[in-house]
Design a protein around this ligand. Sequence first.
Ligand code: SAM
Ligand code: SF4
Ligand code: SF4
Length: 338
Amino acid sequence: MERKTITDTLQRPLRDLRISVTDRCNFRCTYCMPKEIFGRDYEFLGRDQLLSFEEIERLSRIFVAHGVEKIRLTGGEPLLRRDIEKLVSMLANIEGLQDIAMTTNGSLLIPKAKALKEAGLKRITVSLDSLDDATFMSLNDVDFPASKVLEAIDASADAGLTPVKVDMVVKRGVNDQDIVSMAGHFRNTGHILRFIEFMDVGSTNGWRMDEMVSAAEIVERINAVWPIEPVDPNYYGEVAERYRYIDGAGEIGIIASVTVPFCSACTRSRLTADGQLFTCLFGVRGHDMRSLLRSGASDEEIGAFLSRVWGQRTDRYSEIRSEGTIPLEKVEMSRIGG
Ligand code: SAM
Ligand code: SF4
Ligand code: SF4
């Protein structure tokens, strides 16, 4: 298929694809899959509803032919999908794809890190919200200790998945007291710690603006202990604002999706585990690519569908959040991936 660039109504090109490979997770992070909702009775997708690796690879090829350069595997917890390294190696063979990354909670990563690297994974992001077990366990809600995630971060670095990114969602009154200790822990390690403003994704995490700690406040708190200065973005549309320690101890990032929206340069598309295409993290409805795949559509037909959906894209949720016209039934984070 000939490679082309497609742009949306705001002239934003399609460049990134985030694929949720499963809607299941072994954690119940209170800000993502609260136990009261994602309990015993919750109906997760069945096996035949999930896209197979072959289907994911075929769609990925079509996305790459329409401008996608980077793919990130996410979930739910992507390492719950059996033999995920096979999918990584299938994707690594796609001509024109420059980058394959994964976001994981790290709980199942230690025995997989090397195989993932060998399969062609280029980068890994491990989520960790606190170094303090009581705090971390209250957030993951399954008593998973922080030390095991730290070991997984080291295992990733040993496997050559460097620099490892470590993502911390900051919630006021829950783990904001750990901003400085997390920064201190990851200084001089080569890992890049990134702070994420608590977001109003989905409809079940009870989001409140006063529980969000702003990027400006995070910068202020770190700067008071170890002075930092901004660094230019690596590329157009980079989500994290970058800072470096003036004493040379490394770099941090801040993802300020609530207070400093970056919709105007948003080049990301998202595919759920059951093949629904979303053009915004805060989407309400997906576009069904699985039916198209399974009804025998050709690559050209699927490509035309993708071009049409992207061409009609108008999303700028984070920018309009403050206008009060936001939808109520947004897709859940565990379905769409981070
Ligand atoms: N299970 C994997 C993990 O936790 O890394 C991948 C999926 S998870 C949905 C992707 C990222 O989204 C994680 O870093 C998680 O902390 C973040 N996340 C989930 N809910 C969030 C929220 N309400 N606000 C900000 N970030 C959130
Ligand atoms: Fe699972 Fe990741 Fe959501 Fe936590 S943030 S519940 S680890 S999908
Ligand atoms: Fe992109 Fe939607 Fe996030 Fe804006 S709100 S940056 S359009 S995903």
